[in-house]
Design a protein around this ligand. Structure first.
Ligand SMILES: [Zn+2]
Length: 530
C-alpha cells in the first residue's frame, strides 16, 4: 500500500514500486512495469512469455532536494510469431523513458527547456542546483541540437524588414509572424527574389507589412499577389524625417537662431550676485552691540562667496538657455558641479572649513571684522592685547581668506548667451517632437525656426498633420493632406508626397490598418544582442 502511494506521488502509475532506498541527498526507487505482457516492436504482436530480466538505471526529476534514480526491472520477451524476424525483444516503456536513454523523458524535457532558455553553462548549473544530476554544458547543447525542429504554421500577417548581420556589409531579411509575435525566418540578402520564393512556398499570407524600398514591394507582389501590402508606419515616419532633412539642407540660413537673450535682457548687463551675502560683511551692526548680548555674525569666507557667485551665474545662464556644458566651460568648473548648482534650491550656505585658529577669540574677531576692520596688523595687535597666543601669519591668512577676490568682478564676466546654430538633425527633431515632449529650450528653438521662414512654418504644420493621420488612422484626411503637400512647394516634402503617391495602395493601407512592423524592431534587437 505504502509503495503504491509512492508510485502515485511520483506520477508513475505504469510502475509497481518494489523498494525505496532513502539517503540524505539521494533517493533510489526499484520498480517494475505493472503490465504482464509486451508488444513486439517489429510485428506488434503481444507476448506473455518472459525470456529474462535485467535492471535499467535511469535518472529522474529530483524528489525535493534528493536526486532520484529509478532502477527498472525490465523484461525480455519471446516473440512467438513464426514469421517474425525478431525472436527476443525488450519491453518498451514509452511513457517513462526512450529506448537506451539514461534519463526519463520528463527529465530530458526539463533539461532541454533549461538549455533553450539559459544555454549550456547556465542551464547545467541550474540543473545541478535543482538536484537533477550533474549534466555538462555540452550535454545540454546536445539536447538543443537533437530537439526536433519547430515548423511554425504559415502566418496570415507577415512583417518583412531588413536587419544587419554586420552593419554596412551583410544584410538579411527578417520575417515575422505579426499575430504570434515570432520571428519565423531569416533570409539571406535583402532582395525581393528570396522573399518571393518564400511566399510561394508558404501560401496563406494575407497581409504583408514592409518598408518603402521597392525590392520587398516587388518580391511581395510576385510571391503573394493577392496579399494586401502595408507600408510600415515606422518607415513612413522615417521618410518624413528624411524629407525634413532635405528642407533644412536646402535652407541652411534658418538654422542660425538669434540669441535668445537679446529681447529679454541687454547683453552687456552684468550678472549680479545675491547682495545679502556681501551685505553680511559690509554692513556692520552699529547700535545692537551695547544693549543686546553680542552675537557677532560669522563673516563669509571667499570660498563660500565664490560658491554663491557660481550658483547665481549657473542659474542666470540656464535661464538664458545655455546648455550645462557651456555654462561649466564658462565658469571653468566641472559639469557635475554646475549640475549641482543648477538643482540646489538656494545658494550654498555651509561654511568652508577655514584656517582660523583663534580659539577663544572668534567672537571678538568677527565683531571687529563686521565693524569694518580689515588690517591684519591692527587685528593682530588687538588680539594680542586680549591674550591671543597665535602668530601674525595665522591672522593675516585668515584676513586674506575672508577678503578674497570680489565676487561682483567675476560675475560681471558672465557673457550673454551666444547665438545658437542648430544642426539639421536637431532642427528635424525639434520640428517633429510632440509639443508635450519639448523642453523649454527646444520650444524656444521651435518658435524661432517657425518664425524664420514660411516654408518651415508650412512644413511644421504638414508634418504634424501627417503624424496625426498616421497615429490616429485618419485615412479619410490622407488624400486631402497629400494634395496640400503637392501644392505647398516645400522642398523635401514635395518629393516625399510624390514617393507616397507611387506606393499609394500600401501607404493608404499603412494609414488605415493597425498592422505595423513595431514588433520587428523588438525582434531585431533580440537578434543583435544574441
Ligand atoms: Zn515479432
Amino acid at each position: 500500500m505504502f509503495l503504491d502511494t509512492i508510485a502515485q506521488l511520483l506520477e508513475l502509475p505504469q510502475l509497481h514500486v518494489l523498494e525505496v532506498d532513502l539517503a540524505s541527498d539521494w533517493l533510489t526507487i526499484r520498480a517494475e512495469p505493472v503490465t504482464t505482457t509486451a508488444a513486439c516492436p517489429l510485428c506488434q504482436s503481444v507476448s506473455q512469455r518472459v525470456h529474462s530480466c535485467y535492471e535499467r538505471t535511469v535518472l529522474d526529476l529530483a524528489w525535493g532536494v534528493r536526486t532520484l534514480t529509478l532502477k527498472l526491472e525490465v523484461r525480455r520477451f519471446f516473440c512467438d510469431v513464426k514469421t517474425c524476424l525478431r525472436k527476443i525483444f525488450t519491453e518498451r516503456l514509452p511513457d517513462i523513458v526512450a529506448p537506451s536513454a539514461r534519463r526519463t523523458t520528463r527529465l530530458r524535457q526539463m533539461l532541454e527547456s533549461l538549455a533553450f532558455e539559459l544555454g549550456g553553462e547556465a542551464g547545467a548549473a541550474i540543473a545541478r542546483w535543482l538536484h537533477c544530476g550533474a549534466p555538462s554544458a555540452d550535454t545540454l547543447l546536445r539536447l538543443i541540437r537533437r530537439a526536433p525542429p519547430i515548423t511554425p504554421p504559415s502566418p496570415r500577417c507577415l512583417g518583412v524588414d531588413d536587419w544587419a548581420m554586420k552593419k554596412g556589409h551583410t544584410y538579411g531579411t527578417l520575417l515575422c509572424d505579426l499575430e504570434r509575435h515570432q520571428v519565423i525566418e531569416l533570409l539571406e540578402g535583402r532582395e525581393g527574389d528570396a522573399l518571393a520564393k518564400w511566399l510561394q512556398a508558404h501560401p496563406g499570407v494575407e497581409i504583408i507589412t514592409r518598408d518603402r524600398a521597392s525590392a520587398y514591394a516587388d518580391g511581395a507582389k510576385e510571391g503573394a499577389p493577392d496579399a494586401i501590402q502595408v507600408a510600415d508606419r515606422f518607415h513612413l515616419l522615417q521618410n518624413l524625417s528624411k524629407a525634413l532633412r532635405t528642407l533644412f539642407e536646402q535652407q541652411p540660413q534658418v538654422l542660425k537662431l538669434p540669441s535668445p537673450t537679446t529681447d529679454r535682457k541687454p547683453a552687456d548687463t552684468p550678472l549680479t550676485v545675491e547682495p545679502s551675502a556681501i551685505a553680511l560683511i559690509e554692513q556692520a551692526p552699529t547700535d545692537t552691540a551695547l544693549t543686546v548680548p553680542s552675537l557677532p555674525v560669522k563673516p563669509i569666507s571667499a570660498y563660500l562667496r565664490q560658491q554663491q557667485a557660481n550658483y547665481q551665474v549657473v542659474q542666470a545662464l540656464r535661464q538664458q538657455g545655455l546648455t550645462l556644458r557651456s555654462i561649466a566651460q564658462h565658469l571653468q568648473i566641472n559639469v557635475n558641479t554646475a549640475n549641482k548648482y543648477l538643482h540646489l534650491p538656494a545658494p550654498p550656505a555651509k561654511q568652508h572649513r577655514t584656517t582660523l585658529k583663534l580659539i577663544g577669540h572668534e567672537a571678538f574677531f568677527y565683531q571687529r571684522w563686521n565693524d569694518g576692520e580689515r588690517s591684519p596688523k591692527t587685528l593682530f595687535a588687538e588680539l594680542q592685547q586680549r591674550g591671543f597666543q597665535g602668530g601674525y601669519t595665522t591672522v593675516a591668512r585668515y584676513v586674506a581668506e575672508l577678503r578674497g577676490p570680489l565676487p561682483a568682478d567675476q560675475a560681471a564676466a558672465a557673457p550673454a548667451a551666444p547665438a545658437v546654430r542648430l544642426t539639421v538633425t536637431q532642427a528635424v527633431r525639434v520640428l517633429l517632437l510632440a509639443p508635450d515632449q519639448l523642453t523649454t529650450e527646444q520650444q524656444t528653438q521651435l518658435d524661432q525656426l517657425r518664425q524664420a521662414s514660411p516654408l518651415v512654418e508650412r512644413a511644421y504644420t504638414l508634418a504634424h498633420q501627417f503624424q496625426t493621420i498616421l497615429h490616429e488612422h485618419r485615412s479619410a484626411e490622407f488624400p486631402t493632406w497629400l494634395e496640400e503637400v503637392q501644392t505647398s512647394q516645400v522642398p523635401g516634402l514635395h518629393g516625399f508626397a510624390s514617393s507616397l503617391k507611387k506606393d499609394l495602395a500600401a501607404v493608404t493601407a499603412g494609414v488605415s490598418l493597425l498592422w505595423s512592423n513595431e514588433h520587428i524592431a523588438y525582434c531585431t534587437s533580440l537578434l543583435a544582442s544574441s
